[in-house]
Write a protein that binds this ligand. Structure first.
Ligand SMILES: [Zn+2]
Length: 114
């Protein structure tokens, strides 16, 4: 059996044409009201711009309970990512502090020896 390429699942959805006759672009919503829900938009739509205004959901709306759960999971994911970023910054500071303290120890040591 052939292995599915990354995003193969998304490619399996036939793209409709938008009002300007282009192949609509598949995107995934990350909002808390529609987490992970896929939709088609006009390929000309960019941040703030709507293109021809074509918009259609691919996935059906999730039950409220699932939406709440997904929203909570996404929030938790963001919090954990924030914590990792903060922990890495703290780790970097600790390494710098360790380096400085060792440099100081060596300076004192060689200062006394020499
Ligand atoms: Zn369009």
């Amino acid at each position: 059996m052939r292995k599915e390429p990354p995003g193969g699942e998304e490619l399996a959805v036939a793209a409709p044409h938008c009002y300007c006759g282009r192949l609509a672009r598949l995107q995934t919503s990350w909002t808390e009201s529609n987490p992970l829900r896929r939709f088609f938009v006009c390929p000309k739509s960019e941040r703030g711009e709507n293109g021809c205004g074509f918009f259609v959901w691919v996935d059906i709306e999730m039950p409220r309970r699932e939406i709440a759960l997904m929203a909570w999971l996404l929030r938790t994911k963001r919090e954990v990512e924030d914590q990792i970023v903060r922990a890495r910054a703290r780790e970097k500071k600790l390494w710098i502090a360790l380096f400085i303290s060792w440099a100081f120890v060596f300076m004192v040591w060689f200062g006394n020896v020499g």
